[in-house]
Design a protein around this ligand. Structure first.
Ligand code: 5AD
Ligand code: SF4
Length: 460
């Protein structure tokens, strides 16, 4: 039975918000978000609460009176970066009477909390992934009795509804549908930081997306560590949810991430094939192409079953494309294993590959496995995989040149304000010259050239 945080508890937090508001006149906040889209969505909820408490947003740490680090544990380098940032911010703390909050996945790791307490004693509030909704209460205590607040829960996790939210984007919205993970892939820290799988009630999700459509949102990205093990109760599945969202008027594009290949069943394939708005690009994390390594990783599928799944989806949805995640240098990975990974990449021809060098995570099963791969070998395999991925991307991009694509205009290009940017239905970035009034609208663009990272187009 999944626990939903009671309305009473959220109401209590809203009362704390009102009390904190009395102390925040002219104060600014900054949230530094690391990690995945789920963390970004949590940060949007944290921003919603902070603004309700009277804080104003700022982009500059120099002006911030409250800084929240919403951290990620997935790989070592994310953790290192956050410690660097904490070190930098220390000098500003006195000057701005700054309150420093440390939350997110890293705060669920006991040794990290110990390290913060001893080496970064200037951090005021430490909260976990399960109780970030209590930030108003924690801030209230920090402001009224100035003591450090450390509150991290070691629980399986609950569902939280009814928090205010300040979304980053005005056209495309992140919507968390489930949280946590029961899979225990041997390299992964997520089951330890995010707790067990729990799904939101479908009615709450549909209501949220209907409201988003009314506000003018055109696109939703459904989020969860393993979206296709979503369970809405009484047999209601992820496929049912996709179908219901597909019928919501005003939502033109539905994306989701991430599904697990082992749970990608017929009903989800059917729901996508029969839908009008579900994006025909599927993120299907491979991790490794070697059946032997996949077994060590505890992934629950083999090279062959992964390739079969890809064929099955392609047969049913002919214009589908795939993106993926791949880890190189998992403990015990041999040259032969790595060649199996390259073989799958050649066969599937992913649109995009998010590639990672294996990074030891404390407390996971892989940590104690034999034959850890030397850093140089990981690095060399990473480069070889990247070369192959770049070659495939280029070959695939060439196929777009001369075609006409429907693009939802996302905004100005980061590097050139005269150029607009958006994505094809297959999630390829397209840049083209156009008037800013088109932002948020759908346009038809003819692709004129390809540039590995983006396609260049002209509005027609
Ligand atoms: N080392 C390297 N990459 C990892 N990932 C997860 N855990 C690790 C790790 N310990 C990658 C996986 C996952 C993505 C979000 O991060 O590829 O799909
Ligand atoms: Fe990082 Fe995973 Fe936490 Fe997301 S859920 S922030 S990827 S550790």
């Amino acid at each position: 039975m999944i626990n939903v945080v009671s309305e009473e508890t959220i109401k209590e937090q809203k009362e704390y918000m009102n009390q904190v508001k009395e102390h925040t006149k002219g104060l600014c906040y900054l949230i530094q978000t690391m990690g995945c889209k789920l963390n970004e969505n949590d940060s949007e909820k944290i921003a919603g609460m902070l603004e309700q408490m009277g804080y104003q947003p700022t982009q500059s740490v120099e002006d911030a009176n409250l800084v929240v680090f919403n951290t990620c544990s997935i790989r070592e380098n994310a953790a290192e970066r956050v410690f660097g940032k904490l070190g930098e911010i220390k000098a500003l703390k006195e000057k701005n009477h700054m309150i420093i909050c440390f939350g997110g996945c890293m705060s669920q790791e006991k040794h990290i909390v110990e390290k913060i307490k001893t080496s970064y004693p200037f951090v005021d509030i430490i909260f976990g992934t399960h109780n970030f909704y209590k930030l108003p209460e924690m801030l209230y205590h920090k402001m009224t009795d100035t003591k450090k607040v450390i509150d991290v829960w070691d629980i399986d996790g609950e569902i939280i509804e009814g928090l205010p939210i300040k979304r980053e984007d005005t056209k495309s919205a992140l919507v968390t549908i489930m949280n946590g993970c029961n899979n225990f892939c041997s390299y992964c820290i997520v089951p330890y930081t995010r707790g067990r799988e729990r799904s939101r009630n479908p009615k709450d999700i549909v209501r949220e997306i209907e409201a988003l459509a009314k506000e003018g949102y055109k696109e939703v990205m459904l989020l969860g560590q393993n979206v296709n093990s979503y369970k809405g109760g009484e047999g209601y599945t992820f496929a049912n949810l996709l179908t219901d969202i597909d019928h919501i008027e005003g939502i033109d594009i539905i994306r989701f991430m991430s599904p697990h290949p082992k749970d990608f069943k017929e009903d989800v394939i059917e729901a996508i094939a029969n839908s009008k708005h579900v994006c025909k690009i599927i993120h299907l994390p491979l991790q490794s192409g070697s059946t032997r390594v996949l077994k060590l990783m505890n992934r629950g599928y083999s090279k062959e079953t992964f390739l079969e799944l890809v064929s099955k989806i392609r047969n049913r949805i002919p214009d589908v494309n795939f993106t993926t995640d791949i880890i190189v240098g998992f403990p015990g990975e041999t040259e032969e294993d790595f060649l199996e990974t390259l073989d799958v990449v050649e066969k599937v021809r992913f649109e995009q590959i998010f590639m990672f060098m294996y990074s030891v995570r404390h407390g996971t099963k892989a940590e104690t496995m034999p034959n850890h791969v030397p850093e140089e070998t990981k690095s060399e395999r990473f480069q070889r995989l990247k070369l192959l991925a770049d070659r495939i991307t280029e070959e695939e991009n060439v196929k777009y040149v001369g075609t006409t694509q429907k693009i939802l205009v996302e905004g100005e290009s980061k590097t050139n304000p005269d150029v607009l940017t958006g994505r094809t239905e297959t999630y390829k970035v397209v840049n083209f010259v156009g008037d800013k009034s088109l932002i948020g609208k759908e346009v038809l663009v003819k692709i004129v050239s390809q540039h590995i990272w983006y396609l260049k187009g002209e509005i027609i």
